[in-house]
Design a protein around this ligand. Sequence first.
Ligand code: 8YV
Length: 322
Amino acid sequence: MIKPRVLITRRWPEAVEKAMSASFDVTLNKADIPMTAAQLQEALQVYDAVCPCVTDRMPADLFVDNTYKTRIIGNYGVGFNHIDVEVARGKGIMVTNTPDVLTQATADLAMTLMMMLARRAGEGERQLRAGQWKGWFPTHMMGTMVTGKTLGIVGMGRIGQAMAEKAHFGFGMRILYHNRKPISQAKSRRLQAEYCTELTCLMSKSDFVAVHCPSSPLTQHMINEKTLAFMRPEASLINTSRGDVVDEQALIKFLKKGLIAGAGLDVYDKEPQVPQELLNLENVVLLPHLGSATEETRVAMGMRVLGNLNAFFNGEHPPDKL
Ligand code: 8YV
C-alpha cells in the first residue's frame, strides 16, 4: 500500500520523527530553516498532509489555488492563529491541533514567569553574572511575595485552569478569572475562583494578571491602554498565550512610566523580534516562546499529530479536528 506523503516543516524530537516515518512517507526539513510562503504553497500541491508549527504562516492569501493535494494540516501546537482554518476548510483541507498535552508545561512556564518577576530573578542573575554582586545586605533586591496574593486569569481554559490549580494549591493564591462564560460550579468551588464578567474588574483587583486566552479577532489587543489603566502600580502582567493579545506599545508605556510593576512575557507580537524598549527594561522577564518546550511535551505533541494523521488516513475522525 502506498503511504501518504507527509511534510514536517521543522525538526521535531527524534522519537516523533521516527514514529511519523514508520507510518508515512515523511519529508523532513533537515536544515530546520523556516519555510517561505512559496515553499508552503508548493507543499500543499505535493503532500497529502502538511505538519506546520507556529513559525509557518498560513493566512487566507496563502491558499491561492482552488484545489490541493493536501487534505489535512496537522498543526504541531495548540494555538492555530497562524492558519486560516476557515479558508483551508473551504479548500477541502482539514486542520487539527494538539491540545491537552502542553497544558501543564505552559502553565508551569507561566508560574516560572510569575515567580521570576516577583523575586526579581532575572535582575539578580544579570547582576551576579556581570560581577556586580557586592554581597548580602538587608535591602538587597527585595521582591514581593506570591503566596497569598491575588492571581487574575484571563482565559480560563485548560492552561488557565492548570495555572489556577498550581497557584491556588501551591501558593495559597486567591483566584479571579475572566472568561467568555463561567467554569463549572464544581471547578470554581474547588479553586475558590471568582468569576469577573468585566476584564477591567479583574485587572483592578489582581496582583498578577496572567493571559491565557487564544489569539482571535475578539482578543486582539485585549490588554491595551484602556484595560492596563485598571491595573494597580504594584501589579504585574504575564503572557504565555500569543503576543497580539497584548498591545506591546501600550505595555511598554505603562512599564516605563511605572504605572504597573512588571511584565513576564513568553510571546511577542512579531516573533522573533522583541522591541528594544522591552529589552532595555529591568522590570520585565523575557523568554523566547518556551511554553511547551519540555522534552516530554514536544514528544507528546508530535504523537498527537501522528494520532490525528493516522485517524484521518484510516478514514476515522481525527480527535483534534478544528
Ligand atoms: C508551541 C504554542 O510550541 O502550542 C502552542 O500554541 O504556543 C507553543 O507552545 C508552538 O505553537 C509550536 O507550534
